[in-house]
Design a binder for this molecule. Structure first.
Ligand code: HEM
Ligand SMILES: [Ca+2]
Length: 296
């Protein structure tokens, strides 16, 4: 249903406008590439890729937005970058480019800007007129999950175990808060002890819960396969990261990606296209929001 030429006639500069803005935002702060990639993921896994994640709480339509759900609160970032892209697009071609498409293109451009693979983004998603606080709490994975739980969360969205592992390679960039990996670095045994010690210096056993550590110590602002190299060395930051390589069924897949970046890139790009197609609104469903934070 979606098409890569969707805006060719109605907003020919759309892709250029988004790419330029993403490049600028990542140049200003490299972590923003990670944050924009994650926004698209947290959008797509909750009611599909419909920009529901961008909506603020709405007193008129009477819904609580997804931003305050547990996986998102004090964690998601990049909303101002999306707002700024949207306002440029509204000037260039008012009412044409959806917020959901902006998220999909910004995720692709972020990965490419950080040195990762690129892919063709299918376009034509429309924006939701509602959000789901409760689905945001149930449909996203938690960093405390084990392999079987991670497989289950992704299989509910139609992904294979291998695709789940490839998508997790996103943790090759970006940061996480101490409170989410504290138990791992102090109490777990499947962790390299030097690595645990080095992370502990910025994540005390009590307090400092918001202190940040890179998800990939090896190359935090480059989109490469270093995340998988970490895992085979027991240097996964989150419990859920190390769960992918912990004597289970995905060990060999992780090892393959750790040795072969091209295989990872190909699988990652394909899985991102698939993720971008989750329950999209097309035709006359939904709307093209004027402001990504509010229904029209
Ligand atoms: C496999 C299950 C996953 C779990 C349990 C998980 C969990 C997390 C957690 C806990 C954080 C840190 C949040 C914080 O400290 O506030 C994080 C960050 C991040 N996640 Fe995931 N994630 C998963 C899969 C994914 C996928 C599929 C993607 C993208 C396609 C992704 C992209 C990111 C990125 C880029 C960051 C860094 C964001 C930033 O620095 O702003 N994650 N994730
Ligand atoms: Ca969504």
């Amino acid at each position: 249903q979606l098409s890569s030429y969707y805006y060719a006639k109605t907003c020919p500069k759309a892709l250029y406008i988004i790419k330029t803005a993403v490049l600028g935002a990542v140049a200003k702060e490299s972590r923003m590439g990670a944050s924009l990639l994650r926004l698209h993921f947290h959008d797509c896994f909750v009611n599909g890729c419909d920009a529901s994640v961008l909506l603020d709480d709405d007193d008129t339509s009477n819904f609580t937005g997804e931003k305050s759900a547990a996986p998102n609160a004090n964690s998601l970032r990049g909303f101002e970058v999306i707002d700024s892209i949207k306002s440029k697009l509204e000037t260039a071609c008012p009412g044409v480019v959806s917020c959901a498409d902006i998220l999909a293109v910004a995720a692709r451009d972020s990965v490419a800007t950080l040195g990762g693979p690129t892919w063709t983004v299918e376009l034509g998603r429309r924006d939701s007129t509602t959000a789901s606080f409760s689905n945001a709490n149930t449909d996203l994975a938690s960093p405390l999950m084990n392999l079987d739980e991670l497989i289950s969360v992704f299989s509910k969205k139609g992904f294979t175990e291998k695709e789940m592992v490839a998508l997790s390679g996103s943790h090759t960039t970006g940061k996480a808060r101490c409170l989410l990996f504290r138990n791992r670095i102090y109490n777990e045994t499947n962790i390299d002890s030097e690595f645990a010690k080095s992370i502990q210096s910025n994540c005390p056993s009590s307090g400092g819960g918001d202190n940040l550590s890179p998800l990939d110590d090896g190359s935090p602002v480059i989109f490469d396969n270093s995340y998988f190299k970490n895992l085979v060395n027991n240097k996964g930051l989150l419990h859920s990261d190390q769960a992918l390589f912990n004597g289970g069924s995905m060990d060999s897949q992780v090892a393959t990606y750790s040795e072969n970046p091209i295989t990872f890139y190909v699988d990652f790009a394909n899985a991102m296209v698939k993720m971008g197609n989750l329950s999209v609104l097309t035709g006359t469903d939904g709307e093209i929001r004027t402001n990504c934070r509010k229904v029209n």
